[in-house]
Design a binder for this molecule. Structure first.
Ligand SMILES: NC(=O)c1ccc[n+]([C@@H]2O[C@H](COP(=O)([O-])OP(=O)(O)OC[C@H]3O[C@@H](n4cnc5c(N)ncnc54)[C@H](O)[C@@H]3O)[C@@H](O)[C@H]2O)c1
Length: 396
């Protein structure tokens, strides 16, 4: 059993605490930190937490806790990690790890030099649907992955600091594409190096100094492409969808707006519907068990199991650093309007990789391009002559 220091009493502090205290979990939040006394006290009372404080250092250094969970704004992650590592505590940090790759690298160095366990709290890599998909991909169900597409769009974040790039590090890319990039990385293979990025980003709607819409392509060393689409201006709730295409198959996932739970209410007394839901009447799309479907349950289970076994969790600060490096390249590309390299000072994956796809031999003279059953039942084969390069068709 672990005793936890929870930093932050906002949306994510709530989701994390709810997850940790659910399902008869053994690991408990022992002390909570918030800037204001009222919020700290109320949060502690709501979640049955024995201690609260408005002193971040005191919360981290509490002699009874061994794990620090960071759920405060992005510009405070560095300071919190520094203090937690100095105190020799396990440190679990929310996404994004940092505002830039340089800051993420400094954070990675701090935990590695201190030798403390570190976990990157990237919940959406742990949704039950993504974990099941990953298992299928690793079992070869999709063949070689060519294209992973991940989308997170909603009407914009719920607190002031997100909208100020000084504190947040950026707009929809830093806030949402961090999820999408890591989901695609998992599907494509974390050992495959992200090479370059092409990104469009714009401020289409809000009076802010950051982007509220962006689309990006991340090209990997084996030729696979990770695509993300993010928005802080999408209307209709929170749209979380992923797609993976491989040489042998396809997966389509919808995590939030169409989960098979649809409700109509004219009376509108359903209360809280789901994160970022825009309405309480008419057709609603509630989510059965939000913390489970958003991946928090499996994420903390992996973190604490790994901690107990003395092994790395699926998502570490190194992953957070790679994600920040990809996002830095996105910002450069949005500005230059060109493909920009992903600059990685630290790379621990494969140095050389095969191209994702190998041609299919039809026989010793031809490659098979494709075959299709035509109306009327005949089979059409499209073949390429290995020597001459000529493309022909045969009808059977
Ligand atoms: N799915 C996810 O993993 C997910 C979802 C939401 C937020 N987050 C991340 O969690 C972190 C917090 O986001 P949130 O949604 O909980 O924000 P929030 O605004 O709801 O809560 C932020 C918390 O930090 C505190 N805080 C704000 N400014 C502070 C300061 N200067 N000093 C000390 N404390 C301060 C607030 O009082 C509050 O307790 C961010 O890094 C965000 O990216 C992750």
């Amino acid at each position: 059993m672990h005793k936890i220091t929870m930093l932050g009493t906002g949306l994510i502090g709530m989701f994390y605490t709810k997850t940790l205290h659910s399902h008869r979990g053994q690991d408990r939040v022992h002390v909570v930190y918030s800037r204001t006394e009222t919020r700290a006290r109320d949060f502690a009372a709501t979640w049955g937490i024995p201690n609260w404080t408005t002193d971040m250092a005191a919360a981290i250094q509490d002699p009874e806790t061994d794990v620090v969970v960071i759920g405060i704004p992005n510009n405070l992650h560095y300071e919190a990690v520094t203090m937690a590592a100095a105190a020799g505590k396990t440190v679990l940090c929310t996404k994004p790890l940092a505002r830039t790759a340089a800051e993420a690298r400094a954070i990675l160095d701090i935990v590695e030099q201190a030798g403390v366990f570190h976990g990157y709290l990237e919940d959406l890599a742990y949704t039950p649907k993504n974990l099941k998909s990953l298992e299928s991909i690793q079992n070869g169900a999709l063949g070689k992955v060519l294209w992973a597409r991940s989308r997170e769009t909603h009407p914009g974040p719920h607190s002031d600091w997100f909208w100020d790039p000084e504190q947040s590090g950026g707009g929809a890319i830093v806030d949402l594409a961090c999820h999408c990039i890591e989901i695609s990385r998992n599907f494509i293979g974390k050992e495959i190096r992200p090479v370059e990025v092409m990104c469009w980003a714009d401020t289409q709607v809000h009076p802010i100094a950051a982007e509220d819409n962006a689309i990006g392509l991340v090209r990997y060393a084996n030729g696979a492409i990770g695509q993300f689409e993010v928005s802080w201006a999408f209307r209709g709730g929170m749209d979380l969808r992923d797609e993976v295409s491989g040489t042998e198959g396809t997966i389509w996932l919808n995590h939030f707006l169409r989960t098979g739970f649809e409700m109509f209410t004219a009376a509108g007394r359903s209360g809280y519907v789901a994160e970022k839901a825009e309405g309480e009447t008419g057709w609603l799309f509630p989510v059965g068990d939000e913390i489970h479907e958003l991946g928090y349950t499996h994420m903390f289970t992996d973190m604490f199991n790994a901690l107990d076994k003395g092994i790395a969790p699926m998502e570490t600060f190194y992953d957070g650093y790679i994600v920040n490096a990809i996002m830095d390249a996105c910002y450069r590309s949005a500005k230059s309007r060109r493909w920009e390299p992903v600059v990685l000072d630290v790379w621990r994956g494969a140095e050389t990789v095969e191209k994702a796809v190998a041609y299919i031999d039809y026989d010793e003279h031809f490659y098979l391009i494709k075959e299709e059953k035509m109306p009327g039942g005949k089979l059409k084969l499209i073949l390429k002559n290995k020597e001459t390069g000529q493309v022909i068709q045969q009808v059977r």
